[in-house]
Ligand binder design. Structure first.
Ligand code: IVH
Length: 697
């Protein structure tokens, strides 16, 4: 026998055992599920080289279902063992599972089609067995090693997650057992970790550990103080009750009626295609859920067929776990760099030892701001948990304090811009430091350029990250307007730039000279002015000059513009640097009124100059108009030189009354103020040029 092999297996078994202990007993794993599975697979491959009866194989930690019970909890022998499930992944494996079942049941083709499945989400928490006698909870236990678990009855009672007395109208028999998962919602986990941090107590790596740690407390009052949840996924009843409940889904419905929380998101009585659809939908919805799932559990619906199929050594034949890649993994925080964004925000970014999370290789993760680093207690050199849910940008969840090396360093926020060395500022109520050098900071210039060229802004195809960086680095673009002065010879000096590409890019740049007003406003990158606001501003103000001169009050009248946005726009148009950029840019572009915007079209027919009927008039709007929204009508009147106020007085020149006009109309009538209806208003805005008085009192 190969001594090295024996030695290696011994070492790996010890290692696996240690990780089992960390996971099950300490609720503080040092490996992600994927990494643990990998370790287990490697060990299994090594062990398979030994004789089946070799003592190292017989005593292997791979045979452990869960873990021995924790000191301090009474041990309970499960009436029915708590098993685990075989794992599968990929569509083909689901079909194989169905085929295997059909084969075992001696069903062929058409007959196999009649098999029905139930699919539940696979909750990532701690399994519980709850035993009820005469409708009352008398025993609650964790899974433990599958045969013996820990008595957590007191804690389950304290946590108030399941009925202590079930709804009497539902007959589940004199003795029954409910199986399910106790877990913590993501939102409650975030709150708990923040509180623990404040109290300088242990934080948890993920909601699963937090739930397990909270349930396995020797002091029930601690459990009671944590917000835990429970979903039931199984029911074991006595002989007397076998008849009425024939399927898994019927059992879950009965449990729900008896008062147990059952997850709404599940698939009942499905054919294999329904199962596959449910898996796809669940994976898509996974990031939106407020709790962690690591897959789904597919079960045969019929309880009679379940019984017929029976069990393998540690797993049932009638059910499997379909697993997705873990959304969380452990890795090393190698460093923290600071990036400067378009608005000057200085964002710390974690540089990570590459790790696969949710099926994707992650090397960086945003840390948002300085406060976040302190709150999560992240040190450079730490081992950290990284999380990536769906398309969400990866984030560092927590550090593993126990694994902090002695040479770990705290992160220090730079006190000058890491790119231009200019000063940083942080407004009192904000969490983010900003470089205030604007476009004179090259990082901001690159980002401003990329934003300007964006598909939904000036739409200059081909102007990507690397090109923007080079244009700025080479000093070719100091101002956005410099783009329009670039020549083929300039571009040919750049990396990987040939004549064909250069000409194409120049063509794109020239093409962007004719831009709609909305795109141009968006392209300026005014803080808080996104694409929609930019379009709204374009249609509301009609031309650039008017927008640039607008007061805070006027800006706030535009749709969805509140004080913060108005202030940001105003300050943009008052900053000498941006005015200079604008002056240069306006010489290069030819702004087009965007005729696709309905309210702008209306606005344009009305910009008829100073002879307007509304010039200098005070107007009050009341009721609803069918052709214009209130904001649009107001904008029209203002664009014709009128003033719109909120209440009717003797100084009001006209009241424009739409449908369902209320007390303002009454007041206008009582004060003898001229009232115009919508049709008069419409004819007025078309005849303003002739300056005749279309209204009479
Ligand atoms: S059914 C024979 N349904 O997954 C076991 N289990 O590996 C039948 N789990 O520890 C279990 N969600 O705690 C089932 N909807 C669900 C589940 C679920 C989570 C856990 C369970 C067990 C593990 C099975």
């Amino acid at each position: 026998m190969n001594e090295n092999l024996i030695k290696e297996i011994g070492e790996r078994q010890a290692e696996l055992l240690r990780h089992q202990g960390l996971y099950h007993d300490e609720d503080a794993p040092e490996l992600s599920d994927d990494a643990y599975d990998q370790l287990a697979r490697e060990l299994a491959a090594l062990e398979s080289q030994l004789e089946p009866e070799h003592p190292l194989r017989r005593q292997s930690p791979l045979n452990n279902v869960g873990s021995p019970t924790k000191r301090g909890f009474a041990s309970i022998t499960h009436e029915h063992p708590m098993l685990s499930l075989a794992n599968i992944s990929g569509e083909a494996s689901v079909r194989q599972f169905a085929e295997r079942i059909a084969g075992l049941l001696d069903m062929e083709g058409g007959q196999a089609q009649t098999l029905r499945y139930a699919v539940d989400l696979k909750f990532d928490g701690l399994a519980l067995s709850l035993r009820y006698r005469e409708g009352r909870l008398f025993m609650a236990a964790t899974r433990g090693d599958g045969t013996q678990g820990e008595d957590v009855t007191k804690n389950v009672r304290a946590a108030q997650i399941v009925p202590l007395i079930v709804n009497k109208n539902i007959n589940l028999g004199s003795m029954f057992e409910v199986r399910g998962e106790v877990f913590m919602a993501r939102s409650d986990f975030e709150k708990l970790n923040a509180e623990q941090q404040l109290k300088q107590e242990k934080t948890f790596a993920n909601p699963r550990n937090a739930a397990a740690g909270s349930m396995r407390q020797l002091d029930s009052s601690v459990t009671a103080s944590r917000r835990l949840r429970f979903f039931a996924y199984g029911l074991l009843v006595g002989e007397d009750l076998r008849e009425p409940l024939l399927t898994h889904s019927q059992q879950l419905n009965a449990l729900q009626e008896a008062g147990f929380p059952v997850c709404e998101q599940r698939c009942s009585n499905g054919q294999i295609e329904d199962v596959l659809r449910f898996i796809r939908e669940s994976e898509a919805r996974r990031p939106e859920l407020d709790f962690d799932i690591d897959g789904v559990v597919i079960k045969l619906e019929s309880l009679a067929l379940q019984e017929k199929l029976g069990f393998l050594a540690r797993t049932p034949r009638f059910a499997v776990a379909y697993k997705w890649p873990s959304e969380q993994a452990m890795t090393k925080l190698l460093g923290i760099d600071c990036q400067v964004g378009r608005t000057g925000a200085v964002t710390p970014v974690a540089r990570l030892e590459p790790v696969r999370v949710g099926g994707v290789l992650v090397t960086n993760a945003t840390l948002h701001n300085e406060g976040e680093i302190t709150r999560k207690d992240l040190w450079i050199g730490d081992t950290v948990w990284v999380r990536r849910a769906g398309d969400v940008i990866p984030e560092v969840v927590a550090s593993v304090a126990d694994l902090r090396p002695s040479n770990a360093r705290r992160f220090v926020m730079p006190n000058v811009c890491p790119v231009c060395q200019g000063p940083l500022e942080r407004p009192a109520e904000e969490a983010v430091w900003r470089c205030i050098s604007g476009l004179s900071c090259s990082a901001q210039r690159v980002q401003a350029l990329l934003h300007f060229a964006h598909r939904r802004a000036m739409n200059i195809e081909g102007l990507g990250d690397r090109l923007a960086e080079q244009l700025v680095e080479q000093g070719m673009v100091r101002h956005l307007a410099d783009l329009y002065a670039l020549t083929e010879a300039d571009l040919l000096k750049l990396e990987r730039m040939g004549s064909k590409l250069a000409l194409k890019l120049l063509d794109e740049i020239q093409g962007s000279r004719k831009a709609s007003l909305g795109r141009f406003i968006f392209a300026l990158g005014i803080r808080h002015v996104g694409e929609k606001t930019a379009k709204d501003l374009a249609s509301f103000f009609g031309d650039f000059e008017r927008l640039s001169q607008a007061s805070i009050e006027e800006l706030e009248r535009a749709p969805d513009v509140g004080p913060v946005v108005a202030e940001s726009i105003r300050s943009f148009f008052q900053t000498p640097a941006s005015l200079n950029e604008l002056r240069l840019l306006l010489d290069c572009v030819e702004l087009q009124h965007d005729l696709s915007l309905p309210s702008l079209q209306k606005g344009q027919t009305t910009t008829q100059g100073p002879t307007s009927f509304f010039l200098g008039k005070t107007v009050v709007l009341t009721g609803e108009l069918s052709s214009y929204s209130r904001e649009e009508a107001q904008a029209l009147i203002e664009s014709l030189g009128g003033r719109v106020t909120g209440s009717v007085s003797k100084r009001t020149d006209f009241v424009l009354a739409g449908q369902n006009a209320g007390s303002k109309l009454d007041k206008a009538n009582s004060l003898g103020v001229t009232v115009i209806d919508e049709s008069k208003f419409l004819s007025a805005i078309q005849t303003t040029e002739s300056n005749n008085e279309p209204f009479s009192k």
